[in-house]
Design a protein around this ligand. Structure first.
Ligand SMILES: C=C1C[C@]23C[C@H]1CC[C@H]2[C@]1(C)CCC[C@@](C)(C(=O)O)[C@H]1[C@@H]3C(=O)O
Ligand SMILES: O=C(O)CCC(=O)C(=O)O
Ligand SMILES: [Fe+2]
Length: 412
């Protein structure tokens, strides 16, 4: 007889939250990785349809771009880098960057800090759980929002304010977990700063935190990539840098525990990121897969490199010239996997609209593919109305009635 748990309740690995219901009407359940990772049969809710199930694909050859020359102002190196990025973004939107000035020790520390959080007892983590509609906080398997095809992961997310004020992170952690967790709050603040800051290895950790906070350096890597994207599109280096300068981004730590039936589930389901750009640090355990040329490919970690991918919002800004590509994360039997995703987003109310230079083709005007929208609108759609997948932008367009003749819309 099949002893598979049919639901998440009342397994010891799960817990009723506030005896409540989620906003979609399901019992609110959470999963405890310390129990679930040892269960020989995973609960039904984590099983994905056969057509979505993972396999071991070949490696996708994505360009590994060395940022050294560009960051030092070398013109020849900058145009080679921009050309490599142009090729990747026009086909699948994925590339990796080396010599990005985020030091390896800082990334290692960031993963360790995230791990410290994920190893806390479930009841403690739940004190920091994300509230419906918010991007902040701890989430286990998205069981508060969805009832089936649950992802085999837990996440901790923070809004990342480009103004350089990260005290909100400390306040959030201490208000949810208690004053005794203030050091972890500072670690989390440190973590949000580390991923995108230029640091010098001789500085102590404290010095680095202070530098991040005082000089507002944390946004530099994402804005450097925006410069390269601008150059690669012939828009000049400042165009997207300026657009994203006051951005409102999201930092997310993902923890994918081991799973005894890894072939039946997914760590993160197939989706395109709704955001503009994602900077991803994976630990040394492979798991990221990209759908290109009609099949799934692996994008394995390269020591020292960060994975960059274009999201739906940047695809819309380029009227579809640069692609936001379907990807997912798989899990495995023996090793937990961790990743840090920095989702770069425009300021919430800024209108996302392609520049007129990108609406000119060989034979004249090119019709608009997407309507004007704001990041606040698209974010609200993904959090309240639609589970992010391959067609988020398309469905967002239809749902909001913005599919009126987009080609007639005003251009900037
Ligand atoms: C705005 C966002 C929604 C998600 C987090 C950020 C950027 C990526 C989105 C997500 C990771 C895409 C896969 C599905 C999702 C539900 C997840 O598995 O976490 C998405 C995030 C979310 O809706 O919380
Ligand atoms: O963990 C990964 O490798 C990818 C996660 C991802 O795609 C996401 O969080 O959007
Ligand atoms: Fe993603």
């Amino acid at each position: 007889m099949d002893s598979r748990p049919t639901s998440l309740l009342p397994s010891p690995a799960t817990l009723d939250l506030d005896k409540g219901k989620s906003h979609c009407g399901n019992s609110v359940v959470v999963f405890d990785p310390s129990v679930l990772q040892k269960q020989p049969k995973i609960p039904e809710a984590f099983i994905w349809p056969r057509c979505e199930r993972p396999h071991q694909p070949e490696e996708l050859e994505v360009p590994v771009v060395d940022l050294k020359g560009f960051l030092e102002g070398d013109a020849a190196s900058t145009s080679r880098t921009a050309a490599a990025i142009r090729g990747a973004c026009a086909s699948h939107g994925f590339f990796q960057v080396m010599n990005h000035k985020v030091d390896a020790a800082a990334l290692h520390d960031a993963l360790r800090v995230a791990e410290e959080f994920f190893e806390l007892p479930l009841s403690t983590k739940l004190r920091a759980r994300r509230r419906p509609g918010s991007t902040w906080g701890y989430v286990g398997a998205h069981a508060d929002r969805f009832a089936s095809m649950l992802p085999w992961k837990e996440t901790l997310s923070f809004a990342y304010d480009y103004s350089g004020n990260r005290d909100g992170v400390v306040d959030y952690i201490t208000s949810k977990l208690g004053e005794e967790f203030q050091p972890m709050g500072y670690h989390a603040r440190y973590l949000t700063a580390l991923l995108i800051v230029s640091t010098e290895s001789c500085m102590t950790t404290c010095d680095r935190v202070e530098t991040c906070m005082q000089e507002g350096a944390p946004k530099e890597l994402s804005l450097s990539i925006m410069e390269l994207l601008g150059i690669s599109l012939g828009m000049g280096r400042d165009y997207y840098r300026d657009f994203f300068e006051d951005g409102s981004s999201i930092m997310r730590c993902n923890n994918y525990p081991p799973c005894q039936e890894p072939d039946l589930t997914l760590g993160t389901g197939p989706h395109s990121d709704p955001t503009a750009l994602t900077i991803l640090h994976q630990d040394q355990v492979a798991g990221l897969q990209v759908f290109a040329e009609g099949k799934w490919w692996s994008v394995s970690p390269i020591a020292g490199a960060l994975v960059i991918n274009i999201g739906d919002t940047f695809m819309a800004l380029t009227n579809g010239r640069y692609k936001s590509c379907l990807h997912r994360a798989v899990v495995n039997r023996d090793r937990r996997r961790r990743s840090l995703a920095f989702f770069v987003c425009p300021q919430a109310d800024k209108v996302v609209r392609p520049a007129k230079e990108l609406l000119v083709g060989r034979d004249g005007g090119v019709p608009r593919k997407y309507p004007d929208f704001t990041w606040a609108e698209l974010l609200e759609f993904t959090q309240s109305h639609y589970r992010t997948d391959a067609s988020t932008l398309q469905n967002f367009t239809h749902r909001t009635g913005m599919n009126k003749d987009a080609s007639q819309m005003e251009v900037s």
